[in-house]
Design a protein around this ligand. Structure first.
Ligand code: ZN
Length: 458
């Protein structure tokens, strides 16, 4: 039987300190990056501070980045080898499950103003009621001007919330139903106000009062909600969890934990043997659909930028050649063995909190449907690389074969013919308003990504 190791047992006293320092930077990133747009802004800022230049602005710089539609970003560091001979690529995603406001969200019922929501990604709906929610959004006004709005993160801000039904009256409406049906999507309506408009003759006075406030404060009219992306996310900051502060509890760690660790890794690399690329994509949580997702071909655009910066004529066959010879990590989280629900996992093949970065050969559901299954040869290369560089790692699949499952962006990148494997941090409470990670695993994920990007294959 393989004997996995707890990261904590392997760390020196100095490394233990580094683990906690690293976690502070991570929490700060989580607090600033609660939406995909905010994540892209935070990543761009970190890249700029680390000496990266926008690809168009600086044609011969060694460290470059490209932002795509404010929702995806790519960073590259040119290596010693020509890029046509292959790159090393890490791909994470910066979108997270949440409640989006509908395009016609504001209404009034029983003298209360409410927002209708439409959930995004895989949520357990009952987890999103009776908790404080913050509003983060981009609104395009009638005249085309844009408004970025964040309400609910400052302690003096109001929050929004979905009031749950009292237990006294929940017997038929909730208790007798299956858990997944007990809170339904059309009842995820968030409280937005209760003071009526002064004119007693007016219709829907509470809604009118909110519209009046939005107009006076932000110059908004009701129709502006149609050209808007407004997300309700759990309000508040990332926290330490446990007496020993060894765990991080926060919203959106899937997959900003892999985004942050790969960002830190690539921005600390000066002269890699091969050109390295970190991509931060959107829309993974809804199957990588849409023009900012892993299906958007932004990767090809990024490779084209790298090629032209290296003085190579950009042609489709050259981009294909570069990608065919590339090695990639699909940097996404994995569900850790849950102490209370161990029966859904197959313990010999489950990731555990505290045992380091998790290498997952394949994802998908049932008979490996919708998965990218890494080649044994490539798994061997990753394994040797990690072992030679003191990376504490484990292997794990998401759960029992017939229990469920899920996919990542790996299969979309695999279509280029590159080698790719899933490798990321295990989480407890994935997709919940308070996901849990181990600070030791977070640090080890960063170490693993840095080794992958900066070292030659052993
Ligand atoms: Zn994910």
């Amino acid at each position: 039987m393989l004997q996995p190791a707890l990261v904590w047992d392997r760390l020196t006293a100095q490394e233990r300190k580094e683990v906690f320092v690293f976690a502070e930077g991570y929490k700060d990133f989580l607090n600033r990056a609660k939406t995909e747009r905010e994540a892209v802004t935070a990543i761009e800022r970190h890249a700029q501070l680390s000496g990266f230049k926008e690809a168009h602005a600086s044609p011969s710089h060694k460290k470059l980045y490209k932002v795509f539609k404010h929702k995806a970003i790519g960073l590259a560091v040119r290596g010693k080898m020509p890029p046509q001979e292959g790159l090393k690529i890490i791909v994470s995603h910066v979108d997270a499950p949440r409640l989006d406001l509908k395009q016609n969200p504001l209404y009034e019922e029983v003298d209360l103003a409410l927002f209708k929501t439409h959930y995004y990604g895989g949520i357990k709906k009952y987890q999103w009621v009776s908790c404080p929610l913050a509003l983060h959004g981009k609104i395009i006004r009638k005249d085309g001007s844009a408004l970025d709005l964040t309400v609910g993160e400052d302690e003096n801000d109001p929050v929004f919330t979905i009031a749950d039904l009292l237990p006294h009256l929940a017997r038929k409406t909730q208790y007798e139903k299956k858990l997944g049906d007990a809170v339904i999507g059309e009842k995820l309506n968030a409280l937005a106000g209760s003071i009526p408009y002064p004119d007693r003759e007016a219709q829907e006075r509470v809604k009118l009062q909110i519209l009046d406030y939005l107009h006076r404060t932000f110059g908004l009219i009701e129709e502006d909600f149609i050209s808007a992306e407004i997300e309700l996310v759990p309000a508040g900051k990332a926290r330490d969890v446990g007496w020993d502060k060894s765990l991080t509890g926060a919203y959106g760690q899937d997959d900003r934990i892999c985004a942050y660790t790969s960002l830190k890794a690539i921005t600390e690399i000066e002269q890699p043997p091969v050109t390295v690329l970190a991509l931060f994509l959107d829309k993974e949580e809804i199957g990588s659909e849409g023009n900012t997702s892993a299906k958007s071909r932004f990767l090809e655009d990024m490779v084209a930028a790298v090629l032209s910066h290296s003085g190579v004529t950009v042609e489709e066959h050259v981009i294909r050649e570069a990608l065919m010879h590339s090695h990639a990590i699909s940097a996404d989280v994995n569900g850790a063995l849950d102490p209370d629900y161990q029966e859904v996992h197959e313990k010999r093949n489950a990731a555990k909190l505290g045992y380091g970065v998790c290498v997952t050969k394949f994802t998908g559901t049932g008979g490996k449907y919708a998965s990218s299954d890494a080649n044994a040869e490539y798994v061997g290369m990753i394994r040797r690389l990690f072992n030679q560089n003191a990376i504490v790692w484990q292997t794990g699949e998401i759960g029992k074969v017939d229990e469920g499952g899920g996919g990542t962006v790996a299969k979309f990148l695999a279509s280029y013919g590159l080698e790719i494997i899933d490798c990321g941090t295990p989480l407890l409470g994935m997709h919940s308003p308070l996901e849990i990670s181990s600070k030791a695993d977070t640090y080890m994920t960063y170490k693993a990504y840095k080794v992958f990007l900066s070292k030659k294959w052993g």
